[in-house]
Design a protein. Structure first.
Length: 134
């Protein structure tokens, strides 16, 4: 693996997009976007590079101080303690947080506000809120 390929793999493991990783590793700021996307995709088809990315991602995951799994286990523990003490508010809080972590609370339209001069064309301002913030 070349030093540039290694750098590309490290950038991908650090959660950069393929195109951004290619730009950084190969100094491709002056290249066309379509060319960058094509070359980055070609690199990700290389088994040696994808294997290296996976290896780096596994190392990073093992070094995490607090993982998603640990968060879920802690919230389950909190839920069980709340259940055992008949604390329904804390039980609900733990359930809401677990649901939010798993993406069950999709964003939804909270309100629409019309702004501007009443005689001018209207424009709409949309504010999004997570359903758990109601």
């Amino acid at each position: 693996m070349t030093p540039k390929q290694e750098h590309f793999a490290q950038c991908i493991a650090d959660k950069m997009t393929q195109a951004d990783a290619y730009r950084v590793a190969y100094g491709a700021d002056k290249m066309k976007a379509a060319t960058i996307h094509k070359r980055a995709s070609e690199l990700m088809l290389d088994g040696e590079i994808t294997g290296r990315v996976k290896e780096l991602q596994e190392r990073l995951a093992s070094k995490s101080l607090w993982t998603r799994e640990m968060s879920v286990k802690a919230l389950i523990d909190a839920y069980e303690i709340a259940r055992d003490t008949n604390n329904s508010g804390s039980m609900t809080g733990a359930i809401k947080e677990i649901n939010a972590m798993h993406g069950y609370n999709a964003p939804k339209l909270a309100r629409t506000e019309l702004v501007g001069d009443p005689d001018a064309p209207l424009r709409t301002v949309i504010e999004w809120q997570r359903s758990s913030e109601e």
